[in-house]
Design a protein around this ligand. Structure first.
Ligand code: GLN
Length: 515
């Protein structure tokens, strides 16, 4: 079997057995990058000399038993808003074009402590603002399924790196869908963990009350392994939650309690499909609107049928506040962004114009030249809604609706173990079309943003291809701190669906269910 088809956990098993060396594995991915990234443009920076040091260290650590975990020896692509010591971290902005952090983000440290390597940094929408990766100051990342289409965003580079086999795993960040939506558009798996589960220390903030780092990989099992490596309390992040990374008891009871009849715990642990029996899955009807792409709706319904056939109890339900999610999200996100991005002024951080001028002129010119159009649009909107006289009418009201949305989900999880929805109302759009109408682009976030507002975990899993051969994603939304429920249902669905093809692979008549 070729390395790229192995998956990350399988690759690590081979590395630990010694059938493949760490250097060989890294060389394989470097070759893939060399062959494909000229066209796809997923990476902004590749790890240079330091990679050899990492290879030696990890190989030695595997040999002497220091690195025994499920991902030991695996290279990872990292989104370029996550700080990497000594390695350029630009947020895809001219503002930070030459920023080299003096420290590692906690997630980077944790993946290195688990014996993983940083392969390079991936392209994204500038400061993670966008849904297509086209707001990057530097390059346009292409979708490997069709290079005339966007990869989604903002973690587009990370999704493409995994989808095209240039990295077995990647880290992304998700403020309103930026892991799940590019994962869906590129046919890979992505997880948004519960707010507070994964440390944001070292993540360049976009909207702090919504931002979360999470894994992207080819399978649910790979994402789960990376999640387990990076999750958990970190005293360096004030919003980090002090609790174990396993499902909390409440989730165990509802998701697995009723399914256990007649089956031993061991069988259940091994068999995610058996665990579907009795699982209550809600389909919020507001996520299946008539305006959405009918191919996406059909693909999601097909997932529901498959799960139902295995004993899941699938029921339509309602989340009426979904209608307000996009407006609420953009008010909260832009307000927080305007505050977070004020540090990029040419003095504290970032690009500074040359020449003789006063302080204010220097700020103005530096920010005008250093930041892109979409970022500036959001800073302006955010500053407006935070300004005196408008704060109560917009920002405060948005915070109240955010609270109500959270409560609406909390109620839903009294009777559902998880929710099933599309990840986006359509599939990847053509390059160059989305930014012509930003409002339309914002509306495309309708299926992802409410989850961030409620601080919940959600998993995006590929569930089919549309007529043009572009991937479709299904989203499983869980109650807070119930990631394991999502892994269970995600793995069960994957088992029922069969392997998902890689871009360019023969898809017709190969017996792959659901594709
Ligand atoms: N598309 C959304 C936005 O533009 C989400 C971005 C994100 O999750 N970082 O804000």
């Amino acid at each position: 079997m070729q390395i790229e088809q192995m998956g990350a956990t399988a690759l690590s098993r081979e590395l630990k057995k010694g059938t493949v060396s760490v250097a060989e594995a890294v060389a394989h991915y470097q070759k893939q990058i060399e062959e494909k990234d000229g066209e796809l443009q997923a990476f902004l920076t590749l790890t240079g000399e330091d990679l050899q040091r990492q290879i030696d260290k990890v190989q030695e650590g595997i040999r002497n038993g220091r690195y025994t975990g499920p991902l030991a020896g695996v290279p990872v692509a990292v989104k370029d808003n996550i700080c990497t010591k000594g390695l350029r971290t630009t947020c895809a902005s001219k503002m930070l074009e030459n920023f080299v952090p003096s420290y590692d983000a906690t997630v980077v440290k944790r993946l290195q402590d688990a014996g993983m390597l940083v392969l390079g940094k991936t392209n994204m929408d500038e400061f993670a603002m966008g849904s297509t990766s086209e707001t990057s100051s530097f390059q346009i990342t292409k979708n490997p399924w069709n290079p005339a289409c966007v990869p989604g965003g903002s973690s587009g580079g990370s999704a493409v790196a995994v989808a095209a086999g240039m990295a077995p795993l990647a880290l992304g960040s998700d403020t309103g869908g930026s892991i799940r939506q590019p994962a869906a558009f590129c046919g890979v798996v992505g997880l948004l963990p519960t707010y507070g589960r994964v440390s944001r220390y070292g993540l360049v903030a976009y909207a702090s009350s919504l931002d979360q780092i999470g894994p992207m990989g080819r399978t649910v099992a790979d994402c789960k392994a990376l999640y387990e490596a990076i999750a958990g309390f970190d005293e360096k992040d004030g919003t980090s939650v002090r609790r174990g990374i396993r499902n909390s008891e409440e989730c165990e009871d509802s998701a697995l309690g009723r399914a256990k009849e007649g089956l031993s715990a061991d069988v259940l642990r091994e068999n995610s499909v058996a665990r579907l029996k009795g699982m209550r899955i809600g389909i919020p009807k507001e996520y299946m609107q008539s305006e959405m792409n009918p191919e996406v709706r059909e693909a999601v319904k097909k997932v529901a049928v498959l799960l139902e056939q295995q004993g899941a109890i699938v029921e339509e339900m309602s989340l009426p506040l979904t209608e307000y999610a996009v407006a609420t999200y953009y008010l909260v996100a832009c307000a927080e962004a305007s505050s977070n991005l004020s540090r990029f002024d040419g003095v504290k951080y970032g690009y500074r114009v040359d020449g003789e001028q006063g302080l204010h002129e220097m700020y103005k010119k530096s920010r005008t030249e250093g930041l892109g159009e979409e970022t500036k649009r959001r800073i302006l909107l955010g500053s407006f809604v935070l300004s005196e006289g408008y704060y109560d009418a917009y920002y405060l009201k948005a915070l109240k609706v955010k609270r109500l949305i959270k409560e609406e989900y909390e109620n839903a999880f009294k009777t559902c173990d998880c929710l099933l929805t599309p990840v986006a109302p359509g599939t990847a759009s053509k390059l160059g079309t989305s930014l012509q109408n930003p409002l339309q682009m914002y509306l495309g976030d309708v299926d992802t943003v409410a989850v961030n507002l409620a601080g919940l975990p959600a998993l995006s899993v590929p569930c089919g291809l549309d007529k043009q051969g572009l991937p479709i994603g299904v989203q499983f939304i869980g109650n807070a701190f119930c990631e394991e429920t999502l892994f269970t249902v995600g793995e069960a669905y994957e088992a029922l669906r069969g392997a998902f093809p890689m871009p360019g692979e023969q898809t017709a008549g190969n017996g792959k269910e659901g594709v």
